[in-house]
Design a protein around this ligand. Structure first.
Ligand code: ZN
Length: 349
């Protein structure tokens, strides 16, 4: 990745203090459930639910936009298989994948990672409902739709111009299972594989929902290319929230399959722009002990069979975004949430 030497030096210093780099390097024991050349998944030591798993690139990247394209493709490409293994191991029917970009969104680690929550009825995680928000400022909501309808397609055009995909030539057609959503929402962006809308009754200003056009309900049925494209668009939509709405952070929350806060069971990815003191609380209560016992070995027995992604890019690591305005992360003795937040806010395509 084309990171200026001074920034790389700062990142190298940050890595020395990073708990997750130490787990990757074997200095600290972690309950590993999966690892390959580029990816590692460990059980959370403060789990919200049984099987709560953290997935991360092995290399230390402070924020999502820093992840080189080949690593991004690989980590999000192997993800459906990790989810499938967790669901089969714990016999659950629903799952969430949760990403926090920035301190205000709940990012707690300077090493980019995301959470997998296997879901069950009454598991106490019903806060991912994202139904109509209360007391929303209608002007702010409509300004959000306008800004994102401009910014998301613009950033996606930029992305495709830098990363040509042979399958992409336009907006594609809408599958039957998304026709009601298409007709009842404002379309922000679509291509052959995804549809991105703002719901008529959003959870907050700037709320975006991304649907797969390929798979209706179960994330684990996506192939690696479609999984990484879904998260690629989610990542770019999150960047659009920084660019177009001057958000302080974003949450990316994937819902798939059966759980109380996903009554339609549709596969969807919610992008929630976050601001300081926005009153939104997506944090969870840790339930120590839930991941004790043989949880990790049960999952590991299933992930053992996950092969290396067949068509993963073997091109040299290149950033999937311009590093023209590269983010600077200062060196600290401990992970500094404010600095990560500040770095995220300064991300530019
Ligand atoms: Zn690290």
């Amino acid at each position: 990745m084309d990171i200026p030497p001074d920034v790389q030096k700062q990142l190298d210093e940050q890595k020395k203090q990073c708990v997750f780099c130490k787990i990757v390097g074997g200095e600290i024991a972690g309950k590993k459930v999966f690892d390959d050349d580029l990816t590692m998944a460990v059980l959370d030591i403060n789990p919200a639910v049984k099987g709560h798993t953290l997935v991360m690139p092995k290399e230390h990247y402070p924020i999502l936009p820093y992840i080189p394209r080949n690593v991004f493709l690989h980590v999000f490409g192997v993800l459906p298989n990790i989810v499938k293994a967790i669901k089969e191991s714990l016999i659950v029917f629903g799952v969430n994948i949760f990403i926090a970009n920035g301190g205000v969104a709940g990012q707690q680690s300077p090493h980019f990672l995301f959470h997998i929550f296997p879901r069950e009825s009454g598991d106490g995680l019903e806060k991912f409902d994202f139904g109509p928000g209360k007391n929303l400022d209608s002007d702010k909501v409509s300004e959000g739709v306008k800004a994102l309808s401009y910014a998301v397609p613009l950033l996606m055009r930029k992305f495709f111009s830098q990363n040509h995909e042979s399958w992409h030539s336009g907006s594609g057609s809408t599958p039957e299972f998304l026709s009601v959503i298409r007709d009842s929402s404002d379309i922000v962006y679509e291509d052959e594989r995804v549809l991105c809308v703002t719901p008529k009754n959003p959870f907050c200003a700037g709320h975006l929902i991304l649907y797969s056009k390929v798979v209706e309900k179960l994330f684990e049925n996506l192939d690696s290319d479609n999984s990484s494209h879904l998260f690629q668009v989610a990542s770019i939509a999150a960047s659009a929230c920084f660019e177009g709405l001057q958000a302080h952070g974003t949450n990316i929350v994937l819902k798939s399959g059966k759980c109380p806060d996903n009554p339609s069971e549709l596969l969807s990815v919610h992008i929630i722009p976050r601001w300081q003191d926005d009153g939104i609380n997506l944090s969870w209560n840790p339930n120590k002990g839930l991941n004790d016992g043989d949880v990790s070995s049960i999952i590991r027995d299933k992930t053992f069979f996950i092969g290396t992604r067949e068509n993963v890019s073997v091109a040299p690591a290149t950033p999937h975004r311009s590093t023209e305005n590269v983010v600077k992360v200062s060196v600290t003795q401990k992970p500094d949430i404010e600095q990560i937040d500040d770095a995220v806010k300064r991300v530019r395509m």
